[in-house]
Design a protein around this ligand. Structure first.
Ligand SMILES: NC(=O)c1ccc[n+]([C@@H]2O[C@H](COP(=O)([O-])OP(=O)(O)OC[C@H]3O[C@@H](n4cnc5c(N)ncnc54)[C@H](OP(=O)(O)O)[C@@H]3O)[C@@H](O)[C@H]2O)c1
Length: 257
């Protein structure tokens, strides 16, 4: 292979690259995954650990200790508590990778005309958690660090009752595009999941199966996605050094007409 002199030294493994496709080797990097104790975040933690990344899973209820059966260390932090978050970065940084999948429970759903404005506003907690984690983390994220946030398919295709969630998803995607040039050479991207079978949905048993089936049966891929499938897209964005300010849909075609 002819080396590409334009490629910066950012961990790109040009020896293993074929057809001039540079592969980012994540082994030995340090990562934090906010929301990494459940659902999509937990799958990201598992996949990063499998790549040899030193990964910290952080959420409000995580206890500050390692469980022998777990590949990552867990730490307690609330991304909405700026003091707590700053101290977390001070204590545990620097990082090469930051992924934030945290979603506070304050999501308002239902007809817009009946939604309380407090509920609509509280749905933005997800955005503030993401903004906090990027802004307060900047000095703890290495120059070539890569960030991935999570929006959601209602950003592109809003179903009735999801106006607040849709608006927040669009804000997250806009945030990613807005700050990508400013924080360069660090990179920032987002994934946009469809309906994914995670603990975000509280239903159990048959009610859960029915909910997941009914909400996905009209999609081109008529099933809920898995956390691992979304995590795979997160890892793609972390490894692909030519992506920034972009959004990858992992939604089984949910946003198609
Ligand atoms: N599942 C879906 O169908 C779907 C669809 C579209 C988009 N998404 C998006 O995908 C992302 C991940 O969702 P998920 O389904 O994996 O959710 P999940 O299984 O409910 O996991 C959410 C995680 O966020 C953490 N968290 C919540 N509030 C936090 C806070 N203030 N500070 C730190 N951590 C906090 C939770 O842990 P603690 O409770 O311990 O804090 C948990 O680890 C979210 O952005 C969600 O909106 C999901």
């Amino acid at each position: 292979m002819i080396p590409n002199p334009g490629l910066p030294d950012r961990g790109l493994d040009t020896n293993t690259a074929s057809f001039h496709i540079p592969i980012m080797n994540l082994t030995g990097m340090r990562a934090v995954v906010f929301g990494g104790t459940s659902g999509i975040g937990l799958a990201v933690v598992d996949q990063l650990a499998a790549e040899g990344v030193d990964v910290l899973a952080a959420s409000r209820t995580a206890t500050d200790r390692n469980k022998p059966e777990e590949q990552a260390s867990r730490h307690s932090v609330d991304v909405l508590d700026r003091e707590d978050l700053s101290k977390f970065y001070e204590d545990h940084g620097p990082f090469d990778i930051m992924v934030n999948t945290a979603v506070p429970s304050s999501r308002a759903q239902g007809p817009f005309a009946e939604m309380t404005l407090d509920g609509f506003q509280a749905t933005f907690d997800k955005l503030w958690g993401y903004v906090n984690s990027v802004r307060l983390g900047l000095t703890s994220l290495n120059t070539n660090a890569s960030i991935v946030l999570v929006s959601g398919f209602p950003a592109k295709k809003c179903l009735p009752g999801a106006s607040a969630i849709s608006t927040v998803g669009n804000a997250i995607e806009g945030f990613v595009r807005a700050i990508a040039p400013e924080i360069s050479p660090r990179r920032i991207n987002a994934v946009s999941p469809g309906i994914i079978d995670t603990p975000l949905f509280p239903q159990e048993g048959v009610a859960r199966e029915e909910f997941l089936q009914q909400t996905t049966e009209a999609h081109p891929v008529p099933r809920p996605g898995t956390s691992a499938e979304v995590a795979q897209a997160v890892l793609f964005l972390l490894k692909n050094d030519f992506t920034t300010g972009t959004v990858v849909d992992v939604d089984g075609g949910a946003t198609l007409p």
